[in-house]
Design a protein around this ligand. Sequence first.
Ligand code: FES
Length: 397
Amino acid sequence: MKKRAKEMGLDDIRVNNAGCLERCELGPAMVVYPEGIWYHYENTEDIDEILEKHIVQGNPVERLLLKDGQKFLDPSPPEWLDLVVSEIMHLGDDCLTIEFKHSNGEDLPEFSAGAHLGLLFDRHRLSRYFSLINNPVETNRYLVGAKDEEGDDSMTDWIASNIKVGDEIKAHLPTNTIELNESAVQHTFFGEGSGVLPLLSMCHRLLDIDAGFKVHYLLSSLGNNFFLKELKEICGKRLTLHLSDSFSEISATISNLHNEPIENHHLYLCGSADFMTEALAKTADWPVESVHTQYMSAPKLKDSDALNFSITLARRTKTLRVGETQSVFDVLQEAGLLNLKYACEDGLCGACKVKVLFGEITHRDFVLTAAEKNQQNAMISCVSRAAEESSRLILDI
Ligand code: FES
């Protein structure tokens, strides 16, 4: 590196050997001062890139960065997208939209109806998830929706502090936890409050494929029109609005669906924890694969019965202890696996899903389907635990 820096005419930097940096498990490592930015590197191309991009241009090389406390190199870093914020719109009725384009001006990867977009902040330590609300056929932009509300600690306040037009932001590829079943003959949606957001892209898609669908939207009062105008524009007469402070009207509507044939009919429920509990109670007779859910807030979890258990990281032949009050996610973070993407930490978004190779899981999340839970080969690490009778899980990490 010293030789290369000299060849590049970098006379105002000093390159010197250090003693042990105490991160030997990461292979060759360096730290750049005065910023205190750490890198790992494997070859002369990596060194050239650090010199050219970081030292000459002042831009850290994201792909080689080491994070505080990182103890392992992630063998499969998440795929990232480079986005630029092209527009932030305050639409009235508490609605806010943010439009993103590809930072290179290229088309964006396709997303499926109902998907959400995870944006990365704080040198990728923090991700925030937003529902994509535009038509999935639009490949030139992602449009996300959020609540426009006043007050400190509100979503609007957070967005104002963290997202501005022109900002370059990294994002995970869009992920979907409430996929449409496009082979269904009829689709019926029940959305409450912010549960309307994933429905917008799904309704766009169903119109495009000319599928039969109806939407029931529950709003608590007339003054609260969260994305109602947009939903009306897409759905027209397919939309039924329920203005009520109780869930009884929606519950009765779901119960009345039993009067219609339910074969090839799929239900989609999106809303708060209380709404979901009420609505799901009315779908007990429906085939589980016909009922799709997206919780917008987490029900209170029952205290876990699970005692301590261990997790073995198969790819690293390392075993860690998960204490009574810890989550698997906490333990992985403490072990320096900071590349694990996460967002809600409530078992809602599915971002912290990990593959399980062995052991029985007690699922405590609100995102995996019943079939996925039965397979016992994946867990949502922020909330799920080893089953009482299983003292050890082997994870594909
Ligand atoms: S972080 Fe969202 S489900 Fe675990």
